[in-house]
Structure formats: structure tokens, C-alpha cells
Design a protein around this ligand. Structure first.
Ligand SMILES: Nc1ncnc2c1ncn2[C@@H]1O[C@H](COP(=O)(O)OP(=O)(O)OP(=O)(O)O)[C@@H](O)[C@H]1O
Length: 635
């Protein structure tokens, strides 16, 4: 269907120098001449001439040069259609074939020519060949008054998708204006309508005096081509802002937001979603797309400014009502119950009993088959103290929440996609999960799998070392003053008190592992994640989640938990149920910080998932807070 009219177009001068059109000047023919010359010297093998001769004579080089010549020839040709009416021609051929004596070949050809995709191909060919790219505009209305000179007529062909623009009524004049053009929608892609354009007519119907809803009704009833008569805005807004990516730190449901200017244009999202913000021209309503669905047009999301304002208004109007900030209240009451339950389980025990339980934990710290190596950070006191710190810090977070914004924080966090450079330190791996879900089990399995690569940080304590303990192995033994100074200088990632002693993990202890080129794996209570989220440690947070109750009952038949008063205690059904509830609440409150979620049902599967998640975190590009990268560049 397409042929070349190169010869007809080319001036004589060009034709003379074209290697492509004159095969004698082609590279392959030059090679042929060269070979003839070389053959004269071949028998004498002057300076490796034989080698060169064989090389130039090789069939693959000859073939390559021929291909090069053909491509060169093709590149210089201009393509023009043999006929712009291929569809008609095909139709004629089909008619002739009907009259011709029938044979299997003729039948097959008819079928091919009548197949819808083939017809569509010819139709596309003809459209291109006829250069029929412009939409057919209806004729301009006659007798346009001179005052309407500034108007323009815009025709859009509506398909199944919405037009991608919103309208509003001007408060003073009552004019119907284009309020905003949605990024990626039909109107934006046409480039014909802008925010601020005044609508005069839609499909010949005057919009004067109509409500926006009535105009929308006219648009909804129209199909095919829609004609707008508009007075263009004098300065069409230019979107010169660069795209920004953010992590949503909250959920948003447009259907539940009475303030959204157009509910259908809203973009629902959940905390943790990565959003691409494409338009921030409006101070209150931004336009964004989910990174997981970039093919769709953008939707409206509330701006940071609007959300903070709403949070403040809500706080002041309903100070006694539970709201976003109060989600933690649920956790607190639950934790208080938890404490009471521990009391119920309480057995009288004296210091001696605890001493022996502490000793019995040694099996947790010396592991390995045959060769014994040491894993720090699994001590019972440390784990119980961590649980208590959870309760204490939740209390503190509510007491200190002076304003809604400080409790909730920024609704969006700016992020960039970034890959760790192989020469950079590893990212800290943080495991989070409800007590008993298996965080320590998984951490231990990981370190046992490759103790030269995975390691935990050595915690600090203010208690004195026991006779068999070594400073810097089980714990770093420090004075209360030293410990407190680490807290005040923000060098403690987590800390808590247990039986009158302080326990905690410092940033420096984590750094010591990372400095050795190893991957540091630690578990944290979810409210401590934010403390660890720094450029220094760049933590990758993995949430360990229980599976459903019946699976847990099955898989945890032989599992044991540690409590204040028992070293090993079997799970009761209530424990497993409570674990599920706490996991749910953790996800609701802290889900935005989780980079990855693993359901710990089958232990082997969960370990395999953990290994692969850690590998991805270290070696694949990930979304990280922009501030981590910018502070890297500055330092
Ligand atoms: N997938 C699993 N299948 C069977 N048992 C498991 C699984 N994961 C963990 N366990 C067992 O469950 C018990 C509790 O696990 P673990 O001590 O790791 O809990 P944890 O999340 O660290 O809790 P805490 O933070 O309160 O110490 C242990 O006996 C552990 O061996």
C-alpha cells in the first residue's frame, strides 16, 4: 500500500551522490572492489593481509553491509501511499471474488478481506493517506454580532469517559465558568478550554440564567460531538509546577467529604498510597493520580492547607469527640485492659524467680548448630520493657497533643523513588507487629540463616551486669545518667523501664552494625517508628501481621508467649483474637509507615517473604521521604 516516490522528488545533484540509489556506490560494492585489490597481494601475505582479506571476505560482514545499504536506501526514501482509497479497492476485490469460481484460496482471501480488524487497518491507512486528521467542524453560525468577536467555538467528541472539567457559577455575575480542567481528561488533552472560560452556549442552548446542575444535565444528555460557545479567559492559567510525589498519611473518601467541589472528580486514597500531584494551582484542591494507576485522569484531593484547616476546625468545634487524633484512645483503653489481664494472670513471684527466668533466656541468645554464636537483643526484660514503653508512650502522645495537627502531623509526606547505592550503608530493617505475632521468631530465624549478614543491635541497660555477662555483648551497661543523656540528645530509638531499670536501643548501636557492612534488623513498637525515620538510618518498615483466627489456632498450637510472669505460656484463643484486633488497630493508626506487610502464617513462607522483602529494600528502587535524599545531597 505504501510505496516510494523518492526518485521523482530527488534533484539531480542529490541523485548523483546517493550511495543508496546507485548500487555501484553502495558499501557492499566498495567492499567488493577492495577485495579485488587485496586478492592481488593475498598470495604474498604482506603484513597480515590474509587475515584482513578473510575478514572482509567473511559472509556475515558482507550480509551486514548489504543490510546497511538497504536501510540507508530506505531511510532516504519518502513514503507515499499507493492509493488513499484502499478500503474501496478492497471492497471491489471482494465483489470480484464473489463472482469468481470458488476455491478454498478464494474463500480464504475473502474472509481475510472482510475480517473487521483488516477493515479497520485499511480505514486507518486511508485516514492517514488522505491526511484527514482534523475534526469536521459545523459551519459557523451566520449573523454573528460584532460584540461576539471574542468568542470561540469548541467542539469536543465525547466518548464513554467524562469530559474532565468542572463548572461553577460566578458569585457576582451569575456567569457559568469552567472552574477547573482535570489533568489527563478529554478537555485538557484537547487544549481548547481553560479554567476561567465563560460558557455561553452548549449544543446551541444558551446557558444564561441556568444553574451549573442544569448545564451538567444538558452535557449528560449529549452524546457524540458537543459544541461549546465560550468567551475565552484573558490569561489561560499555565501549569508550570513540577510534579510532586507524596505518601498519603491519612485515608480520604470524597463521598464522605461535603466540602469537595465535585464529588465525582474526587480521588479516594488510603494511608500509605503514593500519589502523584500534578496540579497545585488551587490553594485548596489539588489534582493527583495514584502511582498504581497513572493511566487514568487525575482526581481532586484536599491540599495540605485545607486539611490542616479542617483538622483545626474539627478540633475546636468538637473538643470532646473522638476524631482522627483520638484513634490512639482506642489503643490506650485496649492496652489498659491488656495490663489488667496480665494482672489477672499474675502469680506471686519474687526477685529470685525473675533472676532464674532471666538466666533461662540464655538459650535464646546462644544459637547455631554446632558452632555457637551470639545474638543480642532477645532478652525477656528487654522485650517486656518494650511492651510497657508502648503503653507509656501512647499515654504521653495523648497528653502532649496540644493541637490536632501536632497529633496527626502532615497529611502528605513528599517522597522520591530512590535506590540505595551499593557502596552506601544498608537500610535499617524494622519489624513491627502485635505482641506474640512472631516478630522475634522471624528476626532470630533471619540472623541464624546468615549471621555474617544480618545482625541485631546490642541494647543498653542501667542494670548491673551478671557474672556471666560481657559488656557490649548482652547489653551496653551504662549509668542512669548516661542513659538519660542519650535520651535527651535523641540518641535512643526506643527505651523503657522494667523493674526499676532502663532498657533501650541507641542509634549508635544500630550504626555500629551498619558500619560493619551488615544489615541491622530490629523490632520496634509502632509509635517508635517515627523516631527511627531519619536520613541517618533510612529504615524500611515491615509489618508482621497475624493471619485469620482459625489459621492462627492451627499454626500456633505449640507456640509459646512470654509474659510478665511466665517464660513460656501457651496461646489461648482470646490471646490470638486480641492479637488480630491489635494488628488491625496498628494498621489503622500506623499503616502509612509500613513499607511492606507480611502475614505470618506458615513460618517458612514468612521467612522466605522476609528475606525477599529485605533484598528488595536494599537493592530495588523504593519511595523514600524526599528529605532523606536532599539531606544526603547537602552533606
Ligand atoms: N509462623 C509461626 N508458626 C508457628 N509458631 C510461630 C510462628 N511465628 C511465631 N511463632 C511462635 O510464636 C511464639 C511467639 O513468637 P515471638 O516470641 O516471636 O513473638 P513476638 O512477636 O516477638 O512477641 P513479643 O514482642 O511479645 O515478644 C513463639 O513461640 C514462636 O516460636
Amino acid at each position: 500500500m505504501i510505496h516510494s516516490d523518492k526518485e521523482a522528488d530527488l534533484p539531480d545533484k542529490d541523485r548523483k551522490f546517493s550511495t543508496a540509489t546507485n548500487p555501484e556506490n553502495g558499501l557492499s560494492s566498495i567492499l567488493r572492489l577492495l577485495l579485488q585489490e587485496l586478492s592481488l597481494f593475498y598470495s604474498r601475505d604482506v603484513n597480515g593481509l590474509c587475515l584482513l582479506y578473510d575478514l572482509l571476505h567473511s559472509p556475515w560482514l558482507q550480509a551486514l553491509l548489504k543490510i546497511y545499504d538497504c536501510l540507508q536506501e530506505f531511510k532516504e526514501k519518502k513514503l507515499a501511499p499507493a492509493t488513499p482509497y484502499a478500503q474501496k479497492l478492497s471492497h471491489e476485490v471482494v465483489e470480484l471474488l464473489c463472482e469468481a469460481p470458488q476455491s478454498p484460496e478464494i474463500q480464504e482471501l475473502r474472509q481475510i478481506l472482510q475480517a473487521p480488524h483488516y477493515k479497520a487497518l485499511l480505514s486507518a491507512h486511508d485516514t492517514v493517506a488522505q491526511k484527514d486528521f482534523e475534526p469536521l467542524l459545523p459551519p459557523l453560525p451566520e449573523n454573528i454580532p460584532e460584540s461576539e468577536e471574542a468568542m470561540k467555538i469548541v467542539c469536543l467528541v465525547k466518548n464513554q469517559q467524562p469530559l474532565g472539567a468542572t463548572i461553577k457559577r460566578h458569585e457576582m455575575t451569575g456567569d457559568i465558568l469552567v472552574a477547573r480542567v482535570i489533568h489527563g481528561g478529554l478537555v485538557e488533552r484537547s487544549g481548547l478550554l481553560y479554567a476561567g472560560d465563560k460558557l455561553v452556549e452548549v449544543n446551541g442552548v444558551s446557558v444564561e440564567g441556568l444553574d451549573p446542575e442544569q448545564v451538567i444535565h444538558i452535557l449528560a444528555m449529549s452524546c457524540g460531538t458537543i459544541m461549546f460557545k465560550v468567551v475565552p479567559v484573558s490569561d489561560p492559567p499555565l501549569n508550570s509546577q513540577k510534579m510532586v510525589h507524596v505518601r498519603a498519611m491519612m485515608d480520604y473518601w470524597p463521598q464522605e467529604d461535603p466540602d469537595i467541589p465535585c464529588m465525582d472528580a474526587g480521588l479516594p486514597f488510603q494511608k500509605g498510597d503514593i500519589l502523584q500531584i500534578v496540579d497545585q494551582n488551587d490553594a485548596l484542591w489539588w489534582q493527583a493520580r495514584k502511582i498504581s494507576d497513572l493511566a487514568t485522569c487525575a482526581g481532586l484531593i484536599p491540599s495540605t492547607h485545607l486539611l490542616k484547616r479542617k483538622q483545626r476546625e474539627f478540633w475546636w468545634s468538637q473538643p470532646n469527640q473522638p476524631h482522627t487524633c483520638h484513634k490512639s484512645t482506642l489503643l490506650i483503653s485496649m492496652e489498659e485492659e491488656d495490663d489488667m489481664k496480665i494482672d489477672e494472670k499474675c502469680v506471686e513471684a519474687d526477685e529470685e524467680t525473675f533472676e532464674s527466668e532471666e538466666l533461662s533466656e540464655d538459650k535464646d541468645e546462644f544459637v547455631g548448630y554446632g558452632q555457637k554464636f551470639f545474638i543480642a537483643g532477645f532478652r525477656r526484660s528487654m522485650r517486656l520493657c518494650r511492651r510497657k514503653s508502648h503503653l507509656r508512650q501512647l499515654h504521653a502522645s495523648v497528653c502532649h497533643a496540644g493541637s490536632c495537627c501536632s497529633a496527626v502531623g502532615a497529611p502528605y509526606e513528599e517522597v522520591v523513588r530512590c535506590q540505595r547505592h551499593p557502596s552506601d550503608k544498608h537500610r535499617l530493617i524494622v519489624l513491627v507487629g502485635p505482641s506474640g505475632v512472631g516478630v522475634n521468631e522471624l528476626r532470630r530465624q533471619l540472623i541464624e540463616f546468615n549471621p555474617n549478614y544480618y545482625q541485631s543491635a546490642v541494647p543498653h541497660t542501667t542494670r548491673s551486669p551478671k557474672s556471666y555477662e560481657v559488656n557490649g555483648r548482652e547489653y551496653h551497661y551504662v549509668s542512669k545518667e548516661e542513659f538519660e543523656s542519650l535520651i535527651y540528645s535523641h540518641r535512643m530509638l526506643e527505651y523503657g523501664e522494667y523493674k526499676g531499670h532502663l532498657y533501650g536501643t541507641s542509634v549508635d548501636a544500630v550504626q555500629a552494625v551498619l558500619d560493619k557492612g551488615k544489615i541491622c534488623v530490629m523490632d520496634l513498637e509502632p509509635q517508635d517508628i517515627q523516631v527511627a525515620r531519619t536520613n541517618e538510618l533510612k529504615p524500611y518498615v515491615i509489618f508482621i501481621k497475624p493471619s485469620n483466627l482459625s489459621c492462627m489456632k492451627q499454626s500456633r498450637k505449640n507456640a509459646k508467649i512470654i509474659t510478665d510472669y511466665f517464660v513460656d505460656m501457651k496461646f489461648k484463643d482470646e490471646d490470638l483474637q486480641e492479637m488480630g484486633e491489635i494488628a488491625q488497630k496498628m494498621e489503622i493508626q500506623f499503616g502509612q509507615f509500613f513499607d511492606h506487610v507480611i502475614v505470618n502464617d506458615n513460618l517458612q513462607d514468612a521467612c522466605a517473604q522476609l528475606l525477599s522483602a529485605i533484598q528488595n529494600a536494599q537493592e530495588e528502587p523504593q519511595w523514600v521521604p524526599t528529605i532523606w535524599v536532599s539531606s544526603d545531597t547537602q552533606s
